[in-house]
Write a protein that binds this ligand. Structure first.
Ligand code: G1P
Ligand code: ZN
Length: 548
């Protein structure tokens, strides 16, 4: 037997000052991430902060974007030099974000590294990203990511082991100088879990009866998962999956499942021969967009309608103890939770804020307006899970998506919702806008505007009921007494400039307004939002640069 010892080198270098993780990990241009020592230092800062016991097990996987493969090799070498002795990695370096969360839990790993910039464009000129998750499968908390940031600013170098490159293409186990590396099928555990949550037999019968689905993987990581679940296990024809091959640059697309970036799917839904359910997921598989024939299901409605129908799904027959939404997400969920008599928590933007609630068993369903929904089955949002929820609900009710939504709105009223984005290259101007708006809050509270009055004007401050931590400045809320609400916050996922997000919502109960298009209902509120924040004054923008 050849026993080779680990050859570890300490490399000295100056620390980087810009490694502060945002809403979901550290995201930078590929050119930034691939500069000498950059990734290495960030990974070292994580190990310095986490202080994992020697011999720990680590899960690594990513969305397959450009630089994924090389970055995994680097991470394995740094991990080995920092005491990791077991690495579980997805074949070809792939693991969707929700599958990574599941694998971390299943293998009782000490941590997980997920290489993704989610829906941001990929390729040599695109974005790269890295987030790390804890043994619960959830993302590290803000306190931990801030500690990593501080550590990154003080590093004097990193430790790296000389290891041969791992062959990520072949499933199996290798021993690299005492480091146990296991390459796993990224879809296996995930596909098994889905079969316990949903009624695959009922779905197969529904499909056999002539119903059809179309799933757009947008050349992200979900292609192999969708083939396994929809084609192999549910018997859908292979052309039910569009753009199913993961590509390093996502085929030049912006892999974001929204009506603009997945416009082709929207066009299909408007054709007379549309499938019964059309859905898309993003680069790393945690987002979902749901469409039916001539119908777009807004994410805030989706999670609310899921809550109302959960007992129809085998994995959720007993309902859930509570639900949660991110603060800017429409309050449609609150209305359903109130009727069910269960709590509905309001958390800051970013999935990690749900994790404590899920882990403590306080909630069993949660969602964000940004096309993210999930349950307690993992600690990340889950695109394919959401698609399966809807396929199962359609199969169980034998009604169209539009019919289910209309009935829901008749009962609960409709929360018209829209997010408007204002991108500016001038980060200082965006910060000045937010500061000025914050300063006007005391005067806005109680202010009459037309026939409505602002009931609450505040800067959202979150107190985590599980660990008692506080998160301040999580977005400015203007809540009106007529069911309307405006929320402002700056995006935390961009890699340059600043994006002001303005979230508009109006809860209406009369059928005529329910039936109107959300864009029309929310037009006056959008104008008011721009005026109150003096968006044009600060940014020079007279209209949103993007709108969902
Ligand atoms: C955006 C979304 C947020 C989501 C995050 C990661 O963050 O708004 O809901 O959790 O992406 O997918 P933002 O850019 O707004 O900070
Ligand atoms: Zn994502």
């Amino acid at each position: 037997m050849i026993v080779s010892t680990l050859d570890i080198t300490h490399i000295s270098c100056a620390p980087f000052q810009d490694q502060r993780p945002g809403t979901a990990g550290l995201r930078k241009k590929v050119s930034v991430f691939s500069q000498p020592h950059y990734l290495e230092c960030f990974v070292q800062a994580i190990f310095d902060t986490l202080k994992l016991p020697d011999g720990s097990r680590l899960v690594i996987g990513g969305d397959g974007r450009y630089h994924n493969y090389d970055a995994i090799q680097t991470i394995i070498r740094i991990a080995a030099a920092n005491g990791i002795r077991e690495v579980i990695v997805g074949q070809n370096g792939l693991l969707s974000t929700p599958a990574a969360s599941l694998v971390i839990r299943k293998y009782s790993a000490a941590a997980g590294f997920i290489l993704t910039a989610s829906h941001n464009p990929g390729g040599p000129d695109g974005d790269f990203g890295l987030k790390f998750n804890t043994p619960t499968g959830g993302q590290a908390t803000e306190q931990v990511t801030e500690a990593v940031f501080r550590a990154s600013q003080q590093l004097s170098g990193y430790r790296i082991a000389s290891l041969a490159a791992t062959d990520l293409n072949r499933i199996g186990v290798t021993d690299l100088c005492g480091i146990h590396v296991e390459v796993i099928d990224p879809t296996a555990a995930y596909a098994t879990l889905m079969q316990t949550l949903f009624d695959f037999r009922a779905i197969r019968a529904w499909l056999k009866a002539g119903h059809r689905i179309r799933f757009d993987a947008m050349h992200g990581v979900t292609g192999p998962y969708a083939h396994r679940i929809f084609v192999d296990l549910l018997g859908c024809p292979p052309d039910s999956v569009l753009r199913g091959e993961p590509l390093p640059d996502f085929g030049g697309l912006h892999p974001d499942p929204n009506p603009i970036d997945a416009a082709e799917l929207v066009a299909e839904s408007l054709r007379p021969d549309s499938a019964d359910l059309l859905a898309a997921s993003d680069g790393d598989g945690d987002r979902n967009m749901i469409l039916g024939p001539d119908f777009f299901l807004s994410p805030g409605d989706s999670v609310a309608m899921m809550l109302a129908s959960l007992p129809l799904l085998p994995g959720y027959r007993g309902g859930v103890p509570g639900a949660a939404r991110s603060m800017p997400t429409s309050r449609a969920l609150d209305v359903v939770a109130a009727e069910l008599g269960i709590p509905c928590y309001e958390t800051p933007t970013g999935w990690r804020f749900f994790c404590n609630l899920l882990e403590a068993g306080l909630i069993g369903l949660c969602g964000e307006e940004s096309f993210g929904t999930s349950s307690a089955h993992v600690r990340e949002k889950d695109g394919l899970w959401a698609v399966l929820v809807w396929i199962n609900l359609l199969a169980a009710q034998n009604r169209s998506l539009k019919e289910i939504a209309s009935e829901h709105w008749r009962h609960y009223g409709r929360h018209h919702f829209q997010r408007q984005d204002y991108f500016t290259a001038d980060t200082a101007a965006a910060n000045a806008l937010v500061k000025a708006l914050r300063d006007t809050l005391p005067g806005l509270s109680g202010k009459k505007i037309g026939s409505a009055q602002i009931e609450t004007a505040d800067d959202f401050h979150y107190h985590d009921p599980v660990d008692g931590s506080e998160s301040a400045h999580q977005g400015i809320r203007l809540v009106f007494n007529n069911g309307a609400r405006i929320v402002y916050r700056l995006s935390g996922t961009g890699t340059s400039g600043a994006t002001l997000r303005v979230y508009l919502e109006h809860h209406v109960r009369d059928q005529a307004t329910i039936d109107q298009a959300s864009a029309k209902v929310l037009q006056p509120l959008g104008r008011l939002a721009a005026e109150l924040a003096r968006i044009s004054h600060f940014t020079g923008l007279d209209a949103p640069t993007g709108q969902i």
